[in-house]
Design a protein around this ligand. Sequence first.
Ligand code: SF4
Ligand code: SF4
Length: 401
Amino acid sequence: MQTNLPLEFIATSRGQRADEILRSCVHCGFCNATCPTYQLSGDELDGPRGRIYLIKELLEEGTNKARATQHLDRCLTCRACETTCPSGVAYGELAEIAREELGPTRPGVIGLTRLFLQWLIPNHRILRTMSYVGRYLKWLLPKPLASQVPSKISKTLGSQPSQNVHARKILLLQGCAQQVTTGDVNKGLVSLLDAHGIGVVTAPEEGCCGSLDLHLGDSTKANAAIQRNVDALFPLLDGGVEGIISTASGCGVTVKDYARILADDPKYADRAKVLSAKTYDISEYLSQANLPLTAKQPGQAIAWHPPCSLQHGQKITGVVESLLENAGYTLVPVADSHLCCGSAGTYSVLQYERGEALKQLKLENLLAADPQVIVTANVGCQSHLATGTSRPVLHWIEMLK
Ligand code: SF4
Ligand code: SF4
């Protein structure tokens, strides 16, 4: 694709990168075939190729802000288009640059909701209190917010470090929403690893990974969150931990990206690089750790939903499946497993109807072979899917002992 970006923009590292990415697109449109929002609407501007054109226009002329905002806000940032693209177009990075150009503010109710979510989600103590209150006042809340009230709320926040001393240890990321809605996942992992001779440490000062603000185009808040996390996590690497482990693929994909995001930050770049290189999804870690993991319910039929942040963001495929099958489970076939479930961070609130439509499509596919359990690898997908079915929706790690 030919580009004509303003010279002052090209002179910046963001501008240079945007130019490179735009030029790598050859307009073939293959990506549209795997884009969930294109499949919903059939509108070229709700597919990656159309959005890339809108971004190019935005960065070159800046005259189409309203249209670019509308169609970029409808994008899930699932990055299925990246997996499909034969030219290796880094769509996610380009969308991030465009969102930064558009800024985080929006008019009216949506703008207020965005601000509210940016404030609420990283404050896990307040989030937990409001989740309890939300249970009683659900009938008063607008549908998009009522749908987010978790059916299960963790009694305690965070997971305690291992009680036993082990020669091997990992640093476990706690997450924010994860502590409130799926807190048992990390608590269970601490026990699982303890039983297999691996200790767990946590960083008391850890905060939100920054993905929430990044997706909403608020680079100032995102960078502040990321820098705070580098300060919180880096000192703990000195204690001989084998890696920084995430059980929420949506957080893990962002922490792995700290090196890129802070590459131009003289104070943080080096530490961010080390930190990203030492971050692993729990599936990567366990597949290397070679532990004799077994099934809690051998032979149970499981439907696996790979989160976009795992399969498209971190490019991890087949690993969880092998771990579950080796442990003694049977995985049922699931059609269109490359498609997003509609959770996508705050998308299920801000784009409620689209999020619900994608959830229904996903659940139809997950339940088609009548599995006993649905498992996934990210707090957002787990909570979102659980609101649409009575079948248990768990993190896959909860299936192992
Ligand atoms: S598949 Fe890749 S090269 Fe083709 S239109 Fe989509 S982003 Fe561009
Ligand atoms: S990130 Fe997902 S929703 Fe957005 S354009 Fe790519 S495939 Fe479509």
